[in-house]
Write a protein that binds this ligand. Structure first.
Ligand SMILES: Nc1nc2c(c(=O)[nH]1)N[C@H]1C(S)=C(S)[C@@H](COP(=O)(O)OP(=O)(O)OC[C@H]3O[C@@H](n4cnc5c(=O)[nH]c(N)nc54)[C@H](O)[C@@H]3O)O[C@H]1N2
Ligand SMILES: Nc1nc2c(c(=O)[nH]1)N[C@H]1C(S)=C(S)[C@@H](COP(=O)(O)OP(=O)(O)OC[C@H]3O[C@@H](n4cnc5c(=O)[nH]c(N)nc54)[C@H](O)[C@@H]3O)O[C@H]1N2
Ligand code: SF4
Ligand SMILES: [Mo]
Length: 728
């Protein structure tokens, strides 16, 4: 191994923690070699914390299965071509489609890693907007659309999310999250499980509501098992206890919010006894939980994907927001705070018109955009519809929707496209259907500022990273790829938001004489510099002088309500009409969810992987594919032994995988991790691993979306489990 010649500070952008890293690089005659990636012990937030995925960024960079050149499908095979050819051909095809069928014929899907790069998010959206198409779809509709939708209604913008003040909270109640593995979502903390442990060490209380005794629940807190999909009933009953059995004072809330009476009224029918029958949580426990939470000197209710992806994700987030507000825990120390960050993304979004609801609808008029994107569950329908505005070209960037979106509708719709382009690090399952595959840079190969996560940290931390190494092969940044695609498609310089002018501006500046051009180049760093200057809390220069980043003043309690709420009248809306109407579904679904003898499917994550990627890493000792978890009683009732191969089936499909019997899982629940099952021509190590795609048994398409937010409902579906009959 070569000896390092330099060390560069950077940060990981795989999950929301953004752990500080130090990368040792050797400059060899054969090129730059990432020798080692180490945790940055002097990083002000992560302080040496990180995980195996971040430490594997060197292996990711040098992985021989990475895409290094554009590929084009010729006679069914993807063959290497040059960038000029790729851009010219794709640009011409896009131009042709837009001219013949209109701008809506072009759509974009932004996958999860898109949002960890400011430049990537901005320029990919700018590309379709410059064409004049509203057809942006994003992974947040299989993740957190519920939160984005509800925040837009209650607080005026999709980006406003109160985050728990975990350093001071006395009682933390979390539903549907496994912090030890996932580090949570829509809140930025390092070593989340350690943070929860410290709450207990200082005498506080942590309650973990989850159908499985998770890795987190084994280490910290009180575990409260719940029947899948029923959190909204628990929350409604908590509100019932406080507002209808006790005398919760609504006067303080009325000063900062409207609709308090209507909000409280929705809980009237939901006594703890009634909720017990659905959730499986004893009524006495619900009463104790509600009263302890209301009495605590600083408490926070929080939920994550285990609730977002359930049948009542929006209702649950709404109830959580309302409960936090009515108990005085919103905007207080030890409760929840609404941070600002180095760039006040909330203010910025308000200024440039992002993050509010807009006029765009799917062609059937049914779905609106949430946080600037339509639900990906509706994408298959937009491709197969007879409507003249149907989607004919799809760009997928940093996403694997064929694999990550439930059901087979999207995969089956792809052959109807005229053009499918994948921009990725690897040939994934979606690229298997693509006409062109374009090689992107990894995070060590580009500069970055994590703008979209600025408002999720109680003590905001701002860090900028330079590229650590030059891109290998022909890999390019998405900023460049999407601005070049816009230009190749001959896009005119007007569109719907300010972002679309960037590729145009760049082209204009490129025409200037050499010396001026160097100075005036508009790249992502220049935009970040401007934004930081506008934010007024730090500058790009300061961040460049402090490569470990700078901590900004902590979020002040009392800085949100009555001051920064982005609704038209500045009041929180506790009673949005669509949620008030949707609450009737609780009653309609009550009997079904309480039905005994049913098995319901939920998910699980692994510390070593990230959704459907990381499975090709040579740095990570990979698990043996995915395994189903089942309670021993449910196993015995079906003649299933530990280690058996089982078949999990639903009307959507069936998968076969090994089972592990464990009392960690509540009876009536089967757990299967997603992201597994890599067949086809993908990267070799991942392809060789066993495993199945759980989304083959989860129903998809527009029929299985949360009616309010368009979030795909991916949890708590009924399945059957039986011993597999092996026929080979
Ligand atoms: N059943 C089930 N399904 C789920 C979930 C679940 O819990 N259960 N979870 C859902 C959630 S929360 C999410 S966020 C989605 C994720 O769904 P997607 O975002 O659609 O897919 P990922 O599996 O995250 O794949 C990300 C892709 O981006 C590529 N990539 C990584 N970094 C970069 C980069 O810098 N640039 C580019 N261009 N490409 C890059 C990777 O190689 C990979 O192919 O899956 C959802 N699907
Ligand atoms: N190592 C690793 N880290 C990750 C990811 C990864 O794939 N791997 N993915 C990242 C992404 S994209 C995201 S969005 C975040 C997600 O972060 P989290 O939201 O914390 O996701 P999970 O770890 O899947 O935890 C969800 C929990 O919800 C539980 N659950 C299932 N159904 C229900 C229910 O009906 N009610 C309740 N109360 N609980 C339920 C599950 O048992 C599970 O323990 O993690 C991020 N971090
Ligand atoms: S993936 Fe691991 S190293 Fe990267 S930010 Fe998340 S916890 Fe940190
Ligand atoms: Mo996610």
């Amino acid at each position: 191994m070569s000896a390092p010649t330099r060390s560069v500070r950077t940060f990981c952008r795989i999950c929301e923690v953004h752990c500080g890293l130090v990368v040792d690089v050797a400059d060899t005659p054969a090129g730059e070699k990432v020798v080692k990636v180490r945790p940055d012990r002097e990083h002000p937030v992560s302080q040496g914390y990180c995980c195996v995925k971040g430490l594997g960024l060197g292996a990711l960079h040098h992985d021989e299965d990475r895409l290094d050149t554009p590929l084009k499908r010729v006679d069914g095979e993807l063959v290497p071509i040059g960038w000029d050819q790729a851009l010219t051909e794709i640009g011409a095809r896009v131009r042709g489609l837009v001219d013949r069928h209109g701008a809506r014929s072009v759509a974009l899907y932004q996958g999860n890693p898109t949002f960890f790069s400011f430049a990537h998010t901005t320029m990919s959206a700018a590309f379709v907007e410059a064409l004049g198409s509203p057809n942006v779809f994003a992974s947040h509709s299989v993740d957190v659309n519920t939160k984005f939708h509800v925040s837009t209604e209650m607080y005026g913008l999709s980006l406003v999310h109160p985050v728990p003040d975990l350093s001071h909270v006395e009682m933390f109640v979390c539903l549907g999250t496994n912090p030890l593995v996932s580090q949570m979502s829509v809140v930025t903390v390092a070593d989340a499980a350690g943070v929860l442990q410290r709450i207990e060490e200082r005498g506080g209380r942590v309650v973990i509501v989850d159908p499985r005794r998770t890795e987190t629940a084994r280490r910290v807190g009180e575990h409260l098992p719940i029947r899948p999909g029923t959190d909204a009933y628990l929350l409604a009953a908590m509100l019932h206890v406080l507002a209808h059995e006790d005398d919760l004072d609504l006067a303080p809330a009325r000063r900062v919010a409207r609709g308090a009476n209507e909000f409280v009224a929705v809980a009237a029918p939901w006594t703890p006894e009634r909720a017990e029958a659905v959730t499986g949580i004893p009524a006495a426990t619900i009463r104790e939980l509600a009263r302890a939470y209301a009495a605590a000197d600083g408490a926070a209710l929080y939920c994550s994907t285990g609730v977002n992806m359930g049948p009542f994700g929006s209702i649950a987030y709404w109830l959580i927001q309302g409960l936090n507000l009515l108990t005085g825990n919103l905007d207080r120390r030890g409760g929840l705070l609404v941070p600002r960050g180095a760039v006040d993304t909330v203010r910025l979004a308000g200024l440039i018109g992002l993050g509010r609801f807009d006029e765009h609808r799917t062609t059937d008029g049914r779905w609106h955009r949430v946080a600037g994107a339509f639900p990906v569950g509706a994408l298959a329908g937009e491709i197969t519809t007879d409507h003249p505005d149907r989607v004919r070209a799809l760009f997928v960037t940093a996403g694997n929707p064929v694999h990550s979106v439930p059901g087979g509708e999207l995969r089956d719709a792809l052959p109807q496209l005229d053009l499918l382009v994948s921009v990725d690090l690897y040939r994934n399952e979606t690229a298997a259907h693509a006409d062109y595959v374009l090689p992107a840079t990894d995070m060590l190969e580009r500069s970055d500022f994590p703008a979209s996560h600025q408002s999720l940290q109680v003590v905001p931390h701002a860090q900028w990273t330079p590229p650590v190494v030059a891109p290998l092969g022909e890999r390019r940044t998405e900023w460049r790829i999407f601005s070049d695609l816009a230009l190749a498609a001959g896009v005119r310089p007007w569109g719907t938001t300010a972002a679309h002018v960037l590729p145009w501006l760049d082209r204009l500046l490129a025409r200037l004489p050499g010396r001026l051009r160097g100075r005036l180049h508009v790249g992502p760093d220049q935009v970040v510099a401007l934004l930081l200057r506008w934010g007024g809390r730090t500058t790009l220069g300061e961040l460049q002088r402090h490569p470990e980043g700078v901590l900004l003043p902590p979020t002040e309690p009392g800085s949100f309500l009555g001051r920064r709420v982005a609704t038209s009248d500045g009041l929180v809306d506790l009673a949005p009409a669509d949620l008030l109407a949707d609450i009737a579904r609780l009653e309609a679904t009550e009997a079904d969810l309480a039905r005994p003898g049913v098995l319901r499917l939920v998910g699980r994550r692994d510390r070593r992987s990230h959704n459907s990627w990381m499975h090709n890493s040579s740095h990570i000792r990979q698990p043996d594919g995915n395994t189903a978890l089942l309670h021993p009683d449910d196993g015995a009732a079906r003649g299933i032994d530990d280690g058996d191969l089982v078949e999990v089936s639903s009307p959507t499909g069936r998968i076969a995988l090994p089972v592990s019997l464990t009392t960690d899982v509540a009876p009536g629940v089967v757990v299967v991790p997603h992201g597994w099952g890599h067949a086809g021509a993908g990267p070799r190590r991942a392809r060789a691993l066993p495993g199945v795609n759980v989304n083959d048994v989860i129903p998809g398409g527009a029929a299985h979306l949360d009616p309010v937010s368009g979030q795909a409902v991916m949890l708590a579906h009924e399945v059957t489990v039986a011993r597999a009959t092996v026929t080979s």
